[in-house]
Design a protein around this ligand. Sequence first.
Ligand code: DX5
Ligand code: ZN
Length: 218
Amino acid sequence: NRPLTLSPSILAADFSRLGQEVADVVEAGAQWVHLDVMDGHFVPNISFGPAVIKALRPWTKAVFDCHLMIAPADPYLAAFADAGCDIITVHAEAGPHLHRSLQTIRALGKKAGVSLNPATPLSVLEHVMDDIDLLLIMSVNPGFGGQAYIPAMTDKIRAARALIGNRPIDLEVDGGVTAANAAEITRAGANVLVAGSAIYKGKGVEDYRKTVAALMAA
Ligand code: DX5
Ligand code: ZN
């Protein structure tokens, strides 16, 4: 069993002081930092790109868990690797050549993740299960923080855990994760929890520490 890991999404952080926000959430006990990249095309919102991630890299040694909500992704994979991302996750829906994207990420020396929108079946993964290090199940429609968890995703998480079997693949869940549903999500088989607004609605390290502890208690 892979260790329970918390990956706070800085999408809900104070963008005017992002470096400090990253440092604070890691000091509060988070192991990873979740970086939501949005292009205004694959999803109806725009966030930040590799230059911002590069500027954040010196603020922490924590794992940079990069969630690309961009299409196409392939032309930008090298830039995200250079920016200091450790895990690069692409959406299965973002292009016609998922296998090529995963190959490219691993060839860059990074861990390769695949993300699925709520409506996308697990069956799209059938032939790439040995090419991924992480599976990201979206539990909201991507584009915005602060949305409600879609209850039907709990069964999907359970099915994803069964599909992973003994493979060394992290199962991450993203969207609407709170201290109230974290136990349900981890019991279904997730080992990496993303949380944006649940953490950053607090202000400063001490607030973050409480929420990190509550989520990790799942
Ligand atoms: C949604 C992003 C999520 C989001 C999570 O498109 O991928 O990572 O920031 O935010 P909360 O935890 O507020 O749902
Ligand atoms: Zn995300």
